[in-house]
Structure formats: structure tokens, C-alpha cells
Design a protein around this ligand. Structure first.
Ligand SMILES: [Cu+2]
Length: 351
């Protein structure tokens, strides 16, 4: 058997990790794994790369609560409350058995406290209790990831609905042992509502409306934080024959998503983010609850433009659509049209 240097190193490293990780287990404020690594944080629609190691690590992620004025609808801007200046916040990736080390800071000049509640964390508040930070605080928190899955995270500082509705949310993928099946592309898409009214101070700005949130009457329903994020240069891309996995989250805060990709049947759906349950097959539209997620896999044999929507279809006018552009050779055996065909005759409809 041929074993290259990388392979040898991995075997050596795995053995060393096994030996050295036991004495550190349960050491309170010390990491319970021997290996520490910097988590890869990506911003929508990019996804961190798959994890290839087969031993647990402590994965360090840095989250900063900060205000950011970002485009919302092509004309108007909005001052979002964000993780790391982006809406949604970074996508994070770890593996079951890893320890997630969160360094949480706050540079929100309004003086509000912020924190993070990760749905993958076992313990009070999903971590919110221990990650709450005011400006100048910099706690270090570690959480062992006991369950694989695709999880939402969000700020849970009170009033929690204001922190969520203003942009403080994202996704974390906790890979199962052995990882996930390989695909050609992975994308990060997150649905949210924005409750906004025109600003009285600045005609180019929109402002948050808690009242519209209470009415559950969103001004916008968007993918990846703004109207048109997945249009034009932002469209998702693939080639014919590719298999694409979309990690789709829905933060709400009020509306369940009827996620659908026009022109495809979802080959596999990991419902509600359960990545170790047998995926459902042949799904047209999948429900994604508020504070929930699903991973969907699609095959793309036919070129063209596919449209991601919330099939609660009036929400198209509120922004809930985006494109997946597929390039490659046409497949007349699957999708065919002859515009110059002779009229049909001899059937019951066209006698
Ligand atoms: Cu917050």
C-alpha cells in the first residue's frame, strides 16, 4: 500500500491526538482536545470547506457584534445589527465531537449588550448566558458539539426579536463523523424578514419597525440580507452535470419558508437540518421553520436559470427570490422544445 507523507502525518497526528486528548478532558477552563485550529468563517453564499481530519479539535471562531449600514432594496440602506459586519453572519463549520471556542466581542456604540445562542450548543441559552458582552468585554467560551446537524445561531440579548430582526443570525454546520457526501458546489442561503419604514432623518435610509414585526407584516422577505443578493453577479453558479448542496436557513423571525427551486426536484433533503437522518428524496418544496434549516441537494443536467423562491409566492414581490445559473450543453433528451412544430391535429382537443 502506498502511503504518502500527508497520509503518514495524519495517522501519526491522529494517534498523538488520541493519546494526548485524554489527560486534558474535563480540565475546566482548558481545552479538551489537543488540536486547536482557526475556524474558517465564510460569508454568504460561500461555505467553509469540508473537514478532512478524523480526530476532534478545538475550533476557534471570533464574533464581533457591530452596526453596519448596508444596502437593502437597491435604493435604500438600513443600519443592520450584525455579526462581523455581515448579514447573515459568517457560516461556521466544525465536526461532531469538536469543541467550539467562541471569542465574542462587542463594538456596537449604542451600548447594547449582545451574545450568541447557537442551536448546536448544549447548555443554558445555547451559549447566550455566557457569551453576553458589553463593549470592552472579551470572554472566552468553549462548548462541546454533541450532535451533528445544520444549525441556526442568533443573538439572544433582550429583546431577542429586535436583535434577530435587525440582522444578528447565521448558520453553523456540525458535520457528522465521516463527513458528508462530496458534491460539486456548496452554497449558504438564509431567508429573513425585514420590518422597515422610511427614515424621517435620511431619505436614503430605512428604519426598523418593531410594530410591523408584532403585526407579522414584513416589508421585505429576502435571501442573504437584501433584495437581489442572488441576482446578477451574485447568482449562484454551476455547470451541467454538477450536484449542488444548498445549506438553507430561515431565521424568520415570523414566517415559515416554503423553500423551492423552480425547475428542479430536490434529489435529497435533510429536513430541519438533521444531517444524520436518512434524507428525504424527490422533494418539490420543503418547509423550513423559523430558527431552522435544511440542506438540499439538486442535480443539474439541464443548462439555464433556476430560481430559488419561498413558494408563499406573494413574497416574490417582497424580495424572496434568487437565481442559480447553470451553464453547459443542452439536453434535448430531458428538456426539448420545437417552436416551429406543425399544429397538432387529430386529438380530442385539436380535431
Ligand atoms: Cu445582539
Amino acid at each position: 500500500m502506498k502511503t504518502n507523507f500527508v497520509g503518514t502525518f495524519r495517522i501519526w497526528a491522529a494517534g498523538l491526538a488520541l493519546v494526548l486528548s485524554f489527560p486534558l478532558a474535563g480540565c475546566g477552563n482548558k481545552s479538551s482536545t489537543f488540536f486547536n485550529e482557526e475556524g474558517v468563517e465564510t460569508y454568504a453564499p460561500e461555505v467553509p470547506p469540508p473537514i478532512h481530519r478524523f480526530f476532534p479539535a478545538t475550533v476557534r471562531v471570533c464574533l464581533n457584534a457591530e452596526r453596519a449600514v448596508l444596502p437593502l432594496d437597491g435604493e435604500k440602506k438600513y443600519e443592520f445589527w450584525t455579526f462581523n459586519g455581515h448579514v447573515p453572519g459568517p457560516m461556521l463549520r466544525a465536526r461532531v465531537g469538536d469543541t467550539l471556542e467562541i471569542h465574542m466581542t462587542n463594538s456596537d456604540k449604542s451600548g447594547k449588550p449582545h451574545n450568541v445562542d447557537m442551536h448546536c450548543i448544549t447548555g443554558p441559552g445555547g451559549g447566550a448566558s455566557t457569551t453576553t458582552v458589553m463593549q470592552g468585554d472579551h470572554p472566552l467560551c468553549r462548548f462541546k458539539l454533541l450532535y451533528p446537524g445544520l444549525y441556526v445561531y442568533h443573538c439572544a440579548a433582550p429583546p431577542v426579536m429586535d436583535h434577530i430582526a435587525n440582522g444578528m443570525y447565521g448558520l453553523i454546520l456540525v458535520e457528522p463523523k465521516g463527513g458528508l457526501p462530496k458534491v460539486d458546489h456548496e452554497y449558504y442561503v438564509m431567508q429573513s424578514e425585514v420590518y422597515a419604514v422610511p427614515s424621517k432623518k435620511d431619505k436614503n435610509m430605512l428604519e426598523y419597525s418593531h410594530a410591523l414585526g408584532l403585526e407579522e407584516n414584513p416589508t421585505y422577505v429576502v435571501f442573504n440580507g437584501k433584495v437581489g443578493s442572488l441576482l446578477g453577479d451574485g447568482a449562484l453558479k454551476a455547470k451541467t452535470g454538477d450536484r449542488v448542496r444548498i445549506y438553507f436557513g430561515n431565521i424568520g423571525p415570523n414566517k415559515i419558508s416554503s423553500f423551492h427551486v423552480i425547475g428542479t426536484i430536490m434529489d435529497k433533503v435533510y429536513r430541519e437540518g438533521g444531517m444524520t437522518n436518512p434524507p428525504e428524496e424527490g422533494i418539490q418544496t420543503t418547509l423550513v421553520p423559523c430558527g431552522g434549516a435544511a440542506a438540499v441537494e439538486i442535480n443539474l443536467p439541464v443548462p439555464g436559470t433556476y430560481t430559488l423562491v419561498d413558494h408563499a409566492i406573494f413574497r416574490l414581490e417582497k424580495g424572496a427570490f434568487g437565481f442559480l445559473q447553470v451553464t453547459g450543453k443542452s439536453r434535448d433528451d430531458i428538456y426539448f422544445a420545437d417552436p416551429d412544430a406543425k399544429p397538432c391535429t387529430g386529438c380530442k382537443i385539436h380535431p
